[in-house]
Design a protein around this ligand. Structure first.
Ligand SMILES: [Zn+2]
Ligand SMILES: [Zn+2]
Ligand SMILES: [Zn+2]
Length: 364
């Protein structure tokens, strides 16, 4: 460890669940320096380098050597630092990462389409209350709403349309968007994120879905989390690919009906909290259990109030979220809790009761 590293006098405590970029901003604010200066002083790169431009994937992953340096300058342990990066979610909410080379991790995250490593979603009221501390979970596609303020999260700036809380350019204040309008340096978007108006969430069913997703995401390594989120993801993909066969959107907030019907063929729910909410509404047609126990609510069996028929007893209970029958040319949509679930290459798929004999034997 080089002896040139010095411990900084003013280091903020990380907020529970805070993202690394948010904590760096708090460090900058406390020391009245810019974000880039805070990154340099805290030695996120090896000191002595001529200039430091952080990767746009700064929040994704910190190399071991960087964590060792930042530990000296700030006193934060490797565990505390890792918890603020997207690596915190791997082996649970996210699958295990392939390798720990930062560039490989960035490419891998991009392929997953489960996280927004470069920008964040936002609840303006939460940010104003916390003075600009950004939860890490806002970078997951599973965060579509703020259950506390009952609003859908914003995914882009209402002034310039660009992604929120990006590493560059360095913003002038914690509240400000700070992106360049139309790629013109010097033409900075001055909109206050804290004063933006997100759409209200009125549907209590979706509010409950977001609460349960938060419970899963906040316990990323708990048994069952991976399985629920994996089958939910498969169900959302199923709806996207088979939009015409999927059930129509049940009664919910007007803004979601508008989004669901005016999609113009682009059903990229991962990029859009409103579309995501509509998809989740369809995937949870089977209802939610009424248990008040948070562990039970997050448990895989309680997402649907219907039964869970199992084709093979050694498989987990499935068809929680419904899906199109996989038999060739069968247009049936099998609602949650009904039909049969079979596996091909470890991937569950749904069959309607007329096509149960189309199941491939396990291991076949
Ligand atoms: Zn909020
Ligand atoms: Zn903006
Ligand atoms: Zn069928």
């Amino acid at each position: 460890m080089p002896t040139s590293l010095r411990r900084l006098a003013l280091v903020p405590d990380p907020y529970p669940g805070e993202s690394l970029l948010s904590w760096v901003d708090a460090l900058a604010g406390l020391n009245q320096i810019s974000r880039l200066q805070a990154m340099r002083f805290a030695a996120f790169i090896r000191p002595g380098g001529s200039s430091y431009y952080p990767s746009e994937y700064f929040v994704a992953h910190l190399p071991t050597e960087a964590m060792a340096r930042v530990r000296v300058t700030t006193g934060l342990s490797a565990t505390q630092l890792r918890r603020m990066t997207l690596m915190h979610y791997t082996d649970g909410v996210l699958p295990p990462p392939p390798i720990s080379d930062p560039r490989a991790v960035a490419a891998w995250l991009k392929r997953l389409h489960l996280v927004h490593p470069v920008s964040s979603r936002a609840c303006p009221a939460c940010l104003e209350e916390s003075g600009g501390r950004w939860p890490l979970r806002w970078r997951l596609i599973w965060s579509f709403a703020c259950a506390r303020h009952r609003v859908f999260l914003l995914s882009t700036c209402q002034g310039c349309g660009k992604g929120l809380h990006q590493v560059l350019p360095d913003p002038r204040s914690l509240a400000m968007c700070g992106q360049y309008k139309g790629d013109h340096p010097g033409n900075t978007c001055l909109r206050s994120i804290w004063h933006m108006r997100p759409p209200q969430l009125l549907d209590p069913h979706l509010l409950e879905c977001q609460r349960r997703l938060n419970e899963l995401v906040d316990h990323p390594h708990r048994q069952g989390t991976q399985s629920i989120l994996r089958t939910l993801r498969l169900a959302l993909e199923n709806i996207r690919i088979n939009y015409d066969e999927a059930p129509s959107l049940p009664d919910t907030d007007v803004i979601l009906h508008r989004r669901w019907h005016n999609h113009d063929g682009a059903l990229w729910y991962a990029d859009d909290p409103l579309l995501m909410a509509a998809f989740i509404k369809v995937a949870t047609l089977g209802g939610l259990s009424t248990s008040q126990d948070s562990a039970k609510q997050a448990d895989m069996a309680s997402w649907s109030t219907d039964g869970f028929p199992q084709l093979y007893t050694d498989g987990p209970p499935v068809n929680r979220f419904g899906g199109k029958c996989r038999a060739i040319a069968c247009p049936s949509w099998v609602p949650p809790g009904q039909g049969y679930v079979a596996y091909a290459k470890d991937e569950p798929y749904v069959l309607c009761s007329a096509h149960v004999d189309h199941a491939v034997a396990p291991g076949g």
